[in-house]
Design a protein around this ligand. Sequence first.
Ligand SMILES: Nc1ncnc2c1ncn2[C@@H]1O[C@H](COP(=O)(O)OP(=O)(O)OP(=O)(O)O)[C@@H](O)[C@H]1O
Ligand SMILES: [Mg+2]
Length: 458
Amino acid sequence: MPLQSKIIIFFAFFLSIIVFQWAFFISHEEKVLKEEMAARGSVLVKTLAELSREPLLNFQISRLEMQIDSLKKEKDVLYARVVNSEFLVLADTRREQEGWIYSGTIALIPEIIFEERMLTVREPVIIMDSIYGMAEIVFSLDSFLNKINRSKMLFIVIFISELLLGIAFALFLEIQVIRPLHKIASGVEKISADSINKSLTVPGLPSMEILKVSKAIDNMRDKLRKNQDQLVSKTRLATMGKIGFNLAHEIRNPLEAISGAVEILSSGIEDSSQEYSYLEIIKEEINNLNDYLTEFLEFTKSEPGHRIDIRPSELIHDSLLLLGPLLKKHKIEVSDYSGYLQGLWHVDPSQMKRVILNILINSIEAISGPGRIDISINLYESSLGLTINDTGCGIIPENIDGVFDPYFSTKKNGSGIGLALSRKIVEQHEGSISISSNDVITNTTGTSVIIKIPIVEG
Ligand SMILES: Nc1ncnc2c1ncn2[C@@H]1O[C@H](COP(=O)(O)OP(=O)(O)OP(=O)(O)O)[C@@H](O)[C@H]1O
Ligand SMILES: [Mg+2]
């Protein structure tokens, strides 16, 4: 059963209990008040009948009048009278009624009669077992009815306020819980491969708990998406690796053969001849192909090689040594890398050097004229970070998400493997690599790459 129906049923039940309680309370109050009035009336009329015996016997009208007048000050008494057995009204609080003939019957036993707005109590006046007359008192029920009406009004006011409170509570639940829950449910149902990036929007004013739930779902979806991306990229890499590995081997063998044949051919030809220069071009292209294959095979390797404890600064030093001539040629200045120089990485040095070289070569390729590369080493919680900043052309925002994808390249002769391979190596060393570019805040172009690898403890 939906929560909404449950709440409505609960409120209907709750309100009917209130109505039932009040109905019981009011009828009980009415009964008690009536009993009280009847008891008081019968005491008063009995006393009047008792005191009327002697004056009635002796026909002492003024004594009778005195007695009934004493009842005038009693609460709610409308009038009182004493009637003799000949139906003659002997004494009445309303004097003009005296001497008139009583139109009703003489009560033989005590009588208590409730009418719409009046209570009549009658008591026979008995002397020596004979009925000599009757005493009668009539009370107004106005104050009694007012009391009951006040209780009823109070009940109506309380009932309406509780009803309004119930409606307000139901509305509150609807806005804060039910509607957002429906939205979340339909949002979760609609999550598909296309909409996995869209976060859930909960309308209205959802409660904190609902917001927490929708946030948790968003987080779960983000993790799912990341896992899905990773799975896709891992599967792609694995397939590529398998095909590529075989293909690379198959290509390498004929390349070796071609290379050998070219060597033999060029040994018999003059250095200055046209043919020799063609053979040189073939050799250079074979070398390029070989380099490409080496990089590709490296990429398909699944585990890093032998690891040692080494300072990142040492790896940078070696890489810069290799790139010295290239940096000089392009008039690129490299800053003194400073910072946390004591820390050690536990890495395969040749693979990590490959990563640093890839990043530095990207920077060199991005700087068209003279420029700078700034390198620094910093400590981040449990890892040691290496930052390489350049003053190159930067990366346009549309490309930034794709630079780590294998074969993504904006360069004419780029293979697009450099950063993909670097990320693979860094992740195999339990580290992370990130890239950012074109700082809109400081309005500077250039690229910044940060590699974080766990620092060797102790
Ligand atoms: N420092 C940088 N400045 C500007 N763009 C960069 C930088 N580093 C990477 N990129 C961009 O990222 C792309 C991918 O880089 P990656 O190193 O993976 O491949 P590549 O340099 O194109 O080819 P290669 O495999 O030969 O290195 C580059 O083509 C370039 O567009
Ligand atoms: Mg590159």
